[in-house]
Design a protein around this ligand. Structure first.
Ligand code: UFG
Length: 344
């Protein structure tokens, strides 16, 4: 049996793709998920792709006693990848306490239990949101942390500090903080992908739902930004590439390949793409038209941000490989699969 890794939020979008890559790399995966934004069929998808059914516990990470039992039930957990968190920016403004409780308490539970059970390392899901609108582009890890624009963003900043403070206090484990740019796409098998509940807030699910006819048209939020075509620029990173970075990070901690107890890496492609360019790429990659119209700016949107991924490339030894067109084609195949299965 391979080394045992606890994946919280492992039934979610990035978590499920990471569970697949961990199993492909020979790790034994234990998933904890409260299914608040996913469902158990995702575990079947992981199983179909890898031929291995990961252990699954339907549980909220805020349940400290329940989590204690998980560590007892699966002795010898060597690493944790902590995805479980609430992630809707707008909702966090409406329900700040829910966000602070879910995102902070769950992390604190995990960190305490890691100490008690002698776990060697944690990968924490952070976000490029910690940079706000960077002064210098592309943005590297030394850029200043800007005041958060939402409670959600603030939880990512505070969680990074909680991890750092815990390790600096002498906790006997390592941590890698991964700052994701914009993860998109789905597994090439279309067995797992992004499954937004209700009306999608993020660009790609809204775009693919429009392309398949669930939504009438995609609203492009603003074409009067200070960018070449006036629409916002992001660094869209393939979710399988992103998942693979977690495996590399876990290997790095468990094999003590670094002198630093806490490390931080940007996970992006290094390429900035505007909303309008993205729509064009999707139409080119799939041959499917995306009805869209320009509307006003969305409140709180960053104008432009993309990664300098040099540290991840050179130090971590990971590079984003998939092309944007292939990634968009995978998002489309996933949308078609949802239609075939009668899910949406
Ligand atoms: N957009 C549209 N129309 C839509 C949805 C999005 O034009 O219907 C645009 C947005 O204005 C933005 C881009 O598409 O320019 C990407 O928007 P997303 O909502 O997909 O992603 P964001 O970059 O806004 O959000 C992401 C993560 C958050 C994180 C945030 C930090 O989803 O978790 O980056 O900036 F907090």
């Amino acid at each position: 049996m391979g080394k045992k890794i606890l994946v919280t939020g492992g039934a979610g979008y990035i978590g499920s793709h990471t569970a697949v890559e961990l199993q492909n790399a020979g790790y034994e995966v234990v998933i904890v998920d409260n299914l608040s934004n996913s469902n158990e069929a995702v575990i079947d998808g992981i199983t179909r792709i890898t031929g291995i059914r990961p252990a699954f516990e339907h549980l909220d990470c805020n349940d400290r006693e329940g989590m204690h039992k998980v560590f007892e039930k699966y002795p010898g957990i060597e690493g944790v990848i902590h995805f479980a968190a609430s992630k809707a920016v707008g909702e966090s403004v409406q329900k700040p306490l829910l966000y602070y409780r879910n995102n902070l308490v769950s992390l604190m539970n995990i960190l305490e239990l890691m100490q008690e059970f002698g776990v060697k390392g944690i990968v924490f899901s952070s976000s490029c949101t910690v940079y706000g609108q960077p002064d210098v582009l592309p943005v590297d890890e030394s850029a200043p942390i800007k005041p958060a624009l939402s409670p959600y963003g603030n939880t990512k900043q505070i969680c990074e500090e909680i991890v750092r403070d815990t390790i600096h206090s002498g906790a006997a484990y390592r941590a890698i903080l991964l700052r994701y740019f914009n993860p998109i796409g789905a597994h090439p098998t279309a067995e797992i992908g992004e499954l937004p509940l209700g009306v999608p807030q993020n660009l790609i699910p809204y775009l693919t739902q429009t392309a398949i006819g669930i939504r009438k048209e995609l609203s492009v939020f603003g074409n009067d930004y200070n960018t070449p075509d006036g629409s916002c620029i992001r660094d869209y990173i393939n979710v399988v590439d992103l998942a693979k970075a977690h495996v590399v990070a876990m290997n790095r901690m468990l094999n003590a390949l670094s002198d630093e107890a806490v490390e931080v890496f940007n996970l992006g492609t290094g390429r900035g793409v505007s909303v309008l360019e993205l729509i064009n790429s999707f139409e080119r990659a799939t041959g499917v038209a995306v009805p869209h119209k320009i509307v006003g700016r969305r409140k709180g949107d960053i104008e432009q941000v993309w990664a300098n991924p040099d540290r991840a490339n050179n130090v971590l030894g990971w590079t984003a490989e998939e092309s944007l067109d292939d990634t968009l084609a995978s998002a489309w195949r996933w949308q078609e699969k949802l239609r075939e299965r009668g899910i949406m």
